[in-house]
Design a protein around this ligand. Structure first.
Ligand code: ZN
Length: 408
C-alpha cells in the first residue's frame, strides 16, 4: 500500500510514529525517519515528546554495523493501561491490558440478564473499581473505559444500545450512565469492531496492512482496519459480514435481506439445526434449555473429535463463513484476516481451514497472499479490543472517537 505523505505539523504524525514503534519496535530514530518520510528534526521532536510523556522508552543500542551505535526506542509497556468491558446477556468480562495490549488482569461476572439496566451499570461500575484496585492499576494511568456489546448498534450523541442480544436495553443512555457511575470517560462500541482493533494493536500488525477480524460469538460480525484505523463507514456499521448473502434461496434475515450468513451459519442458527436433528441432539446431549454457547460448545467439541454429523454441521457453517470472508477480502484487498470470538474457541481449526480454502479463489491471490490466523485469545478478544480502543485513542490519536468526558 502507498505510504501517505506525513509532515511534522500533520495531526497524524505522532500517531504514525507510535504505530511504527508499536508494530516494529525496538526501532531507531533513523529507521523511523526512513519509514515515515518525516525529517530527522521532526522525528527528534516527536520522539522527545513521547519520551517526556513516558509513552516510549529508550531500549538500549542496536548491534553495531560499524558506525555510531544507534539508540533504540520501544513502547513503555506499563506507561498506560487499557480497561475494556464486554457486556453480554450471560456474562460481563473485564480486561486490563498494558500499553501493548498484553492482558494483565481479567475477571468474569454475571451479564445483563433480565436485571434493570441502571442496576447493572451501578453493579458493574462498583465491580470495576475493585477490579482495577486489585490489579494494582494506578488510576492516573487509565484514560477511560470502553464498553463493547454485540452489534449492530445505533450511535447518537447519547449512544443508545440497540443490540438484538440486549433487547431490554433499548433507549438506555448507556454511555452517560456509565460515565456518571464511574466518573471517567466511556466509549461504547460493538464487539466485532473492538476485536478487530484489539487484534491489530496487540499482534503488532503494521498500519500498512489491510487487516480484518471476523468475530464469531452467537452471531457473526467483522471489523476492518485500514491505514491503522477502524473503517467505520457512515454509521459505524461497516463490514457487516453477517449480512452478506451466501444463499440465493435462503430464508429472510432480521435485516430484511435473504440468505444472509447470519441466518445460514451463525452459531445460534447451527444450534437450532442440531436441536432439530434427533440423532445429533440425543448423542451430544444437547439441551433446549441450555444457552446457545453451551450447546455450541458441545457441537464444536464433537466436531473436533470427528463425530461425523457434528463435523459436517460445523464444516458447512465454516464453509459459509469462508465464502463471506472471500467477498470481504475482495472488497478490501486484505493482507491479513484473524478469526476470533468465543464461537470459534473450540473448533477454530475447522474455520481456519475452510476460510483458507475459500481464499484460494481471492481476486488478488497472484499479487499477494492473504494470511488467515486464529486469535490467541478468542474468548476475551472483544474485551481486549475494548481496552485497545482506549489506548489507541490516547496514544495514537486521530484514528476514531477519542475518549472525552461528557458527564455532569
Ligand atoms: Zn441479514
Amino acid at each position: 500500500m502507498a505510504r501517505p505523505q506525513a509532515t511534522p505539523e500533520s495531526p497524524g504524525s505522532r500517531a504514525l510514529v507510535v504505530d511504527l514503534i508499536r508494530s516494529s519496535g525496538p526501532i531507531s530514530r533513523v529507521e523511523l525517519t526512513t519509514a515515515t518520510g518525516l525529517t530527522q528534526p521532526a522525528i527528534s521532536l516527536i520522539v522527545r515528546k513521547l519520551l517526556d510523556d513516558g509513552v516510549i522508552v529508550d531500549a538500549g543500542t542496536a548491534p553495531s554495523t560499524g558506525g555510531k551505535p544507534r539508540r533504540l526506542l520501544d513502547m513503555n509497556r506499563r506507561a498506560r493501561h487499557g480497561i475494556g468491558i464486554q457486556l453480554g446477556l450471560e456474562s460481563a468480562t473485564f480486561v486490563a491490558t498494558d500499553t501493548n495490549g498484553g492482558v494483565i488482569a481479567r475477571e468474569r461476572l454475571p451479564g445483563a440478564g433480565t436485571e434493570d439496566p441502571t442496576m447493572v451499570i451501578t453493579r458493574l461500575a462498583a465491580a470495576l473499581r475493585s477490579f482495577a484496585s486489585a490489579a494494582d492499576i494506578p488510576p492516573a494511568s487509565v484514560n477511560g473505559v470502553a464498553l463493547v456489546v454485540p452489534g449492530p448498534m445505533r450511535m447518537n450523541p447519547d449512544v443508545v444500545i440497540e443490540a438484538p442480544s440486549l433487547p431490554h436495553w433499548r433507549e438506555v443512555p448507556v454511555r452517560a450512565e456509565f460515565e456518571r457511575a464511574l466518573g471517567m470517560p466511556v466509549l461504547v462500541d460493538n464487539d466485532a469492531s473492538a476485536a478487530a482493533l484489539g487484534e491489530f494493536w496487540s499482534r503488532g500488525v503494521s498500519r500498512y496492512h489491510s487487516f480484518a477480524c471476523i468475530y464469531i460469538g452467537s452471531g457473526v460480525g467483522a471489523g476492518v482496519v485500514v491505514d491503522g484505523a477502524l473503517f467505520r463507514g457512515a454509521s459505524s456499521n461497516a463490514a457487516e459480514i453477517g449480512h452478506i448473502a451466501v444463499a440465493t434461496d435462503g430464508p429472510e434475515c432480521f435485516c430484511g435481506n435473504y440468505g444472509c450468513l447470519e441466518v445460514m451459519a451463525a452459531p445460534r442458527v447451527m444450534v437450532q439445526r442440531a436441536l432439530a436433528h434427533p440423532g445429533i441432539a440425543a448423542r451430544l446431549r444437547l439441551d433446549e434449555r441450555a444457552t446457545v454457547a453451551q450447546n455450541w460448545e458441545a457441537i464444536s467439541r464433537a466436531a473436533v473429535a470427528e463425530d461425523p454429523d457434528a463435523a459436517e454441521l460445523v464444516t458447512d457453517g465454516a464453509n459459509a463463513v469462508g465464502r463471506a470472508a472471500l467477498t470481504l477480502t475482495n472488497l478490501f484487498d486484505l493482507d491479513e484476516i484473524v478469526l476470533s470470538g468465543p464461537g470459534i474457541a473450540t473448533a477454530g481449526s475447522i474455520y481456519v481451514r475452510e476460510v483458507r480454502t475459500a481464499l484460494r479463489r481471492s481476486f488478488a491471490r497472484k499479487t499477494h497472499l492473504t494470511t488467515v490466523d486464529l486469535s490467541i485469545n478468542p474468548t476475551d478478544s472483544a474485551a481486549i479490543g475494548a481496552a485497545a480502543l482506549t489506548l489507541q485513542g490516547e496514544l495514537a490519536p486521530g484514528h476514531g472517537p477519542a475518549l472525552k468526558f461528557s458527564g455532569p
